[in-house]
Design a protein around this ligand. Structure first.
Ligand SMILES: N[C@@H](CCC(=O)N[C@@H](CS)C(=O)NCC(=O)O)C(=O)O
Length: 202
């Protein structure tokens, strides 16, 4: 199995973590859609990472699809519940985590435009999505150890990957002070070996 992606992408990290948690061997192909001459579009017409090439040569892209593919392999531990409605709830939380990350990515890209072209309204709009999203996760978490049920799931992985990336790109952005449950949850998840082995490098 081959995973195509960059060492900084939070969506790629989600899949690397899942592969490590399950102990599935894979080859990592380090390629970034932002590098001139990259080959990402050969694996994903949308030109985004991660993409995965299975052992039979089939290609999947978009991290939730990749994560679903890994679940089909039936390798322990499962990162989704068994009941269909519960699966949907975990995936809803994953979509929330990915959406918070998406908003942070748009914010970053806006700050990389020439100063006179940057639009403060775009940044504010994305900050609003992040703040509301993080508040919803904080409320959801309450005193629970995991985001869904009593089990570590893909929702926990997606949220910690997103927040670690936000810390990496926006070290001065304080999302923790008003969200103690999420701060503690993130610290717990980031201490897992699968996360310690996938720390983003510039
Ligand atoms: N929804 C996608 C998002 C993937 C994504 O946006 N990846 C970024 C890297 S962090 C990318 O490849 N961006 C290139 C581009 O937007 O052209 C997923 O979950 O895989």
């Amino acid at each position: 199995m081959k995973l195509i992606g960059s060492l900084t992408s939070p969506y790629v990290r989600k899949i690397r973590v899942l592969l490590l948690e399950k102990g599935i061997p894979f080859e990592f192909v380090n390629d970034s859609p932002w590098e001139p001459g990259n080959h990402v579009a050969e694996f994903n017409p949308l030109g985004k990472v991660p993409a995965l090439v299975t052992d039979t040569g089939e290609i999947f892209f978009d991290s939730p699809i990749l994560a679903d593919y890994l679940e089909t392999l039936g390798v322990y531990p499962p990162e989704l519940p068994t009941d269909a409605l519960e699966v949907l709830r975990v995936k809803q939380l994953e979509a929330l985590a990915d959406g918070i990350t998406d908003a942070a990515v748009v914010w970053l890209l806006e700050t990389r435009r020439a100063a006179e072209k940057q639009d403060a309204a775009v940044i504010e709009r994305q900050r609003g999505k992040m703040e509301r999203g993080l508040d919803a996760v904080e409320a959801r978490l309450g005193s629970h150890e995991f985001l869904y049920g009593g089990q570590f799931s893909r929702a926990d992985i997606a949220m910690a990957c997103g927040l670690a990336w936000i810390d990496f790109r926006f070290p001065a952005y304080d999302w923790r002070s008003s969200r103690p449950a999420l701060a503690a949850h993130t610290a717990r998840v980031l201490a897992r070996p699968s996360f310690e082995q996938t720390i983003p490098v510039a």
